[in-house]
Design a protein around this ligand. Structure first.
Ligand code: TYM
Length: 331
């Protein structure tokens, strides 16, 4: 059976980008594959969270995974720091990862621009930790959004390099995966770029947002003066609103507004009203389930414990084998 793995950093609430980029695919796959889904709390240390913040975020992201439909009986749901074996593999992979390739990584270059005062070594070696996450369970498929494509490419490079170096066909080549669809980039509401936690709360729709919050954010979304010629090319902010509509609204609703755009009779106020309504319908059940699950601390603890045991069994087997391949053997 093929193995599927994915993870999310616990740096805030999950948003529509996380859901459509990674979670939804995973929920759909968990019955057919050997699945691992984890909370990447080691990765989140690059931004220096306080201890309280870190724990709260891990707990709430776990509740959000469960609310999104991950089944702890089917998939292995675990917290990365419960499986420190991954750090050992991270160390081995770092020995064969070169400065030049790490510095050229787009996500690293973005971080250098965004947080010039905190360019730590953890950021530089983020791709090797991510590769270790994936390779430690020898995953075949990794459901992620488009922004993670390069990290997957690097994972294949590191895995293949290890195989070549030790003349062992050990690690498989993991593929970024979106359940047969294209990898997606869910756009932000501010007219440019992708939806994300760092884009600011106003342009991101979280699975925990109330109807009022959603209405307010969508109302403020960037638009323009409207089309002046029939069938004109959509500028990015408008195209983004249509992309968002594509994921939360019915196809006939999208078609209706597309026609209105094409014959120049569109009113953005109507489009936004409909988009907000459809987002609310989509998000409401998540928010309600999240509230229920997060209140049940004993259940969350049980889920984490169960995941830890299963993930540790798989990770320690890999580490035993990797140690042997590298040449760490009893004297
Ligand atoms: P993170 O926490 O930034 O995002 C988690 C997942 O959500 C996807 N995503 C999006 N997809 C489409 N549109 C968006 N606007 C959008 N925003 C986020 C991301 O592609 C990702 O799949 N490095 C990872 C966490 C990680 C990981 C791993 C993932 C660590 N180790 C091993 C897979 C396998 C990250 O920062 O994701």
């Amino acid at each position: 059976m093929k193995t599927v793995l994915s993870g999310i950093r616990p740096t805030g609430n999950l948003h529509l980008g996380n859901y459509f980029g990674a979670l939804r695919n995973f929920v759909e796959m968990q019955h057919e594959y050997n699945c691992y889904f984890f909370i990447a709390d080691y990765h989140s240390l690059t931004t220096h969270p306080t201890p309280d913040h870190l724990q709260d975020n891990v707990r709430s992201v776990l509740a959000q995974y469960l609310a999104a439909g991950l089944d702890p009986e089917k998939a292995t749901l675990y917290i990365q720091s419960d499986v420190p074996e991954v750090i050992e593999l991270y160390l081995y992979l770092n020995m064969n990862a070169y400065m030049g390739e790490l510095e050229r990584c787009t996500a690293f270059k973005d971080k250098v621009r965004q947080q010039p005062d905190n360019i730590n070594a953890g950021l530089l070696t983020y791709p090797t930790l991510m590769a270790a996450d994936i390779l430690i369970h020898k995953a075949d498929f990794v459901p992620v959004g488009k922004d993670q494509e390069q990290h997957l490419e690097m994972t294949r490079t590191f895995g293949n390099r290890f195989n070549r170096m030790y003349k062992h066909d050990y690690f498989p080549e993991p593929q970024a995966f979106n359940f047969g669809r294209e990898l997606v980039k869910i756009p932000a509401l501010n007219g440019a770029g992708k939806m994300g936690k760092s884009e600011g709360d106003d342009s991101t729709i979280f699975l925990t947002d109330t109807p009022k919050q959603i209405e307010k954010k969508v109302k403020r979304a960037v638009t323009d003066a409207g089309p002046t010629e029939p069938n004109s090319v959509m500028p990015e902010p408008i195209d983004n609103l249509f992309q968002l509509m594509n994921v939360v609204s019915k196809p006939e609703t999208v078609e209706y507004f597309r026609e209105k755009y094409n014959d120049c009779s569109i009113r953005y106020g109507d489009l936004k009203k409909q988009l907000a309504e459809d987002m609310i319908t989509f998000v409401n059940p998540f928010r309600e389930r999240i509230e229920e699950i997060i209140a049940d601390e004993a259940y969350l603890r049980r889920v984490a414990e169960m995941g830890k045991e299963k993930a540790k069994a798989s990770a320690s087997k890999t580490i035993r084998e990797v140690r042997e391949i590298i040449g760490f053997k009893p004297l």
